[in-house]
Design a protein around this ligand. Sequence first.
Ligand code: AMP
Ligand code: MG
Length: 353
Amino acid sequence: MAKGLRWGRTWTVLAVLAALTLPLCVGCSQKNTKMETSIFAMDTVMDLTFYGVDPEAALKGVQEELVAGLYSLEEKLSTTKETSELYALNEQGQASLSPETAELLTQALELCALTHGALDITAYPAVRAWGFTTGSYRVPDQAELEQLAAGIDYTQLEVDEQEGTARIPQGMAVDLGAVTKGYAGDRLAQQLEQVNITSALLDLGQSTIRVVGSKPDGSPWRIAVQDPAGEGYLGVIELTDLAVGTSGGYQRFFEQDGETYWHILDPDTAAPARSGLTSVTVVGPSGLVCDGLSTALFVMGLEEGAQFWRSHPELEVELLFVTEDRTLYITPGMEEMFSLGQGYEDREVQVLQ
Ligand code: AMP
Ligand code: MG
């Protein structure tokens, strides 16, 4: 009996020791592996980085699925690929849609309505007329601009998400360039979360970023904000599990006769939006909203944009506006995340209320 008791105690002690040490040892062997890839999709370079504890072959499989997901989105949403769903809609005035495209079009239309048409996904004929799709730039004359502006009207686009169909009147065309990268970031983040990957930096190009969780060491991700009027970085935003979208005239533009023309158009005039802003950065939980809003707020300008932010707390977005006089206007939540970059410490920063 006494011997059995002693052995019983010994086993108990061993079992407790094993229980204590086992998770630690598993932890020891669970080294974070960094996976990194760079691809060209949606007309831009995308850098995808994530960290995982699974065997490298499994992580490689995850990486391949992310890339395949991006290419498949591009296949559906390109305005120039003849096989895409949007191409069919623009050419034939109607198209069958995959659930993904129907969902994105529906959500984009909601943002168009929310921003009272500052975001208008039917601006495509005007984008094309300025040459932003081909690089063969030109400045349309006033009569042409008026005609183009009259044809921009997202309310004419009908999307039936249940049926998976869309219709648009003859002569009009849709372009999701203002929202696709943000939406793509959301999709990638969902894919990663489904396989329990909790640390990723997804740079979808042209300042559209989605971070998943924090850095592997637990600290927040640091995202640089470009100076719209120079080469440097205005500052850094520290964030966890959020999306970032920046729109600015400096991202795509051409010059003619001393005048600069950029790719963000005011749907009211069909001409580059001149609202006194040089860039707008939006941070929030939805990449689609951040991307769409950065474009819309650039069109609205500071006063209207700040008012929009006050009226829509449900969007949970934080903003950073940069004006032509180089002043920064930031919302209080952004102030907590943002710090000025090296060489920009004396830049004037106004906090919006
Ligand atoms: P972003 O770089 O996200 O601001 O999006 C700009 C792109 O969206 C342009 O290259 C155009 O293809 C398209 N676009 C330009 N102006 C508008 C607008 N007001 N509403 C919706 N899309 C626009
Ligand atoms: Mg955008």
